[in-house]
Design a protein around this ligand. Structure first.
Ligand code: FAD
Length: 472
């Protein structure tokens, strides 16, 4: 049997892996390879939290492969040179992989495919990440969608779930050939020091096994009231599958199938969220400039403020004096994740109350989220800033106090992340500035007043908007 390279990227699983299935159908022996080349990801090389996750996920994949009689071969260096070199050294005749949709990666992969083919290798890519590839859903005129609802309606009209495929029972390694210049995972993705991510791992298990567990737990215990519970940050009402989906540790179609026996309304509400993920990838593919630039060019001369470094720092580390914002930013720092409702609130606070450019927020999330995903993060930030496709209108400024009163009525989520607040009544958890002395008694380090006045800064934002070209 001839050898083929199975090039792993953000598809770190063995089940539902179309590239692996195609390789096996072609009667090849798999040489599993991971190439570390962050410089090729353009301005969006993975952040620190992503690297910490990826390291563990690759370790988990290697362990799975070893149990099947194979292992992961790790390399560093320019991707094309590395794949070509490994193919030559191992005698591989083909390279199989699953597609990614980030602009820099799409461009790189197109070059890799052409070059490998011109060297006489079979080079094949597959869809493992999405239910609909970005070019599959189009308007009647053949254009990309800019609004979610019609996008999703068209997508649903083409609904067809790929079949599930289990991991192979054995994956024999190719016969050894000349030595490959492999590297240790620890050298390319060192464990960060100081270990700021140490607290993450009591919340997460990276890898395909962890993804399956998270899916099963969600499907069996938490879908019954998803539509309501998904907005309550104090309860675990959502799937927490986002990092697993980002790293491709589970396929979206397996998740959809796992929910088949859930109540229809709850299942639809959840699948619609997966739909937002599909839409985000559609938008990123068709509008590849949007991680850097406003989707809506009317915002190009919007008067974003120069946020004082102390305010930006207070936002990043959860010391703004606005409890729901601070709780969210601390959840992010300590766990690498933040609840979606709270993401919307902290984003609105940064882009509207502080009037900071959305890119400041997108960058911080990029570095600190374990689910940092160029498509979803760009869509989320531009939505919050009012600059994106199907965005929340700029004039919709979330009031973080009302949001907390509505979605965290007892202030349980706030008290979980702000030490001392568990000893305050709900009213003060929401509005600690109403009794600074009582708050100082239990949370002496907590700011006495918010870094900006909420009503005043909202007004300033609306006035800036009214003066700008974005309104016209
Ligand atoms: P669930 O509610 O269980 O949803 C299931 C899956 O659907 C998620 O895992 C995710 O893949 C997808 N999904 C859910 N909501 C959205 C959404 N609004 N947009 C796109 N996909 C969605 N999500 C990321 O995966 N990576 C990011 O970098 C990211 N950045 C964001 C930044 C901002 C400012 C905002 C407002 C949202 C961002 N999101 C991002 C979307 C959303 O917050 C997360 O996907 C969700 O909180 C993940 O938790 P979950 O897996 O429990 O979600």
């Amino acid at each position: 049997m001839s050898t083929a390279i199975l090039w792993f990227r953000n598809d770190l699983r063995l089940a539902d892996n179309p590239a692996l299935q195609a390789l096996l159908r072609g009667d090849f022996t798999a040489l599993p390879v991971y190439v570390h080349a962050p410089g090729e990801e353009g301005a969006w090389a993975p952040g620190a939290a992503s690297d910490a996750w990826r390291r563990r996920s690759l370790q988990a994949l290697d362990a799975q492969l070893r149990a099947l009689g194979s292992r992961l071969h790790v390399f560093t260096g320019p991707t094309l040179d590395t794949l070509a070199r490994v193919a030559q050294a191992s005698g591989a005749q083909a390279v199989f992989w699953n597609r990614r949709y980030e602009p820099a990666i799409e461009a790189r992969d197109a070059v890799v495919k052409r070059a490998l083919r011109s060297q006489g290798l079979r080079a094949e890519s597959h869809d493992a990440a999405l239910l609909f590839e970005p070019w599959q859903v189009q308007t009647r005129q053949g254009d990309p969608y800019r609004v979610f609802t019609p996008f999703w309606r068209t997508a649903l009209s083409q609904w067809r779930l790929p079949p599930e495929s289990e991991a192979p029972r054995r994956l024999p390694a190719p016969a050894p050939t000349s030595a490959l210049d492999e590297v240790e995972l620890d050298l390319i993705l060192p464990s960060p020091a100081p270990r700021w991510d140490a607290g993450f791992w009591s919340h997460w298990t990276p890898g395909e096994g962890g993804a399956r567990e998270a899916m099963t737990e969600f499907a069996t215990q938490r879908t019954a009231d998803y539509a309501l519970a998904r907005d309550r940050p104090a309860v675990q009402g959502t799937s927490r599958l986002s990092p697993h989906l980002h790293f491709g540790e589970i396929s979206p179609w397996r998740i959809v199938r796992a929910l088949e026996s859930s109540p229809a309304a709850e299942r639809e509400a959840f699948v619609r969220e997966l739909g937002w993920r599909e839409f985000a990838h559609h938008v990123l593919h068709h509008f590849p400039h949007t991680p850097e630039a406003n989707f809506n060019p009317r915002f190009d001369d919007f008067p974003w403020a120069e946020v004082p470094p102390a305010h930006l720092d207070a936002w990043r580390h959860g010391h703004t004096g606005v409890p729901l914002v601070d709780a969210g930013m601390r959840e992010l720092w300590h766990t690498g994740w933040m609840h979606n409702r709270v993401r919307m609130v902290v984003a609105s606070f940064l882009v509207k109350n502080l009037r900071g450019h959305w890119r400041h927020g997108a960058r911080w999330f990029w570095d600190t989220l374990v689910d940092a995903d160029l498509a979803n993060n760009t869509l989320g930030w531009q939505w919050a800033a009012g600059t994106g496709v199907d965005a929340s209108p700029y004039v919709r400024v979330f009031n973080p106090t009302l949001q907390a009163q509505r979605f965290d009525p007892q202030g349980e989520y706030i008290a979980r992340w702000l030490p001392g607040f568990e000893r305050l009544p709900a009213a003060l958890r929401h509005e600690p500035w109403r009794d600074p002395a009582a708050v100082a008694a239990v949370a002496p380090d907590y700011p006495r007043q918010p870094v900006v006045d909420l009503a005043r800064s909202r007004q300033d934002a609306l006035e800036a908007f009214a003066r700008s070209r974005a309104l016209r």
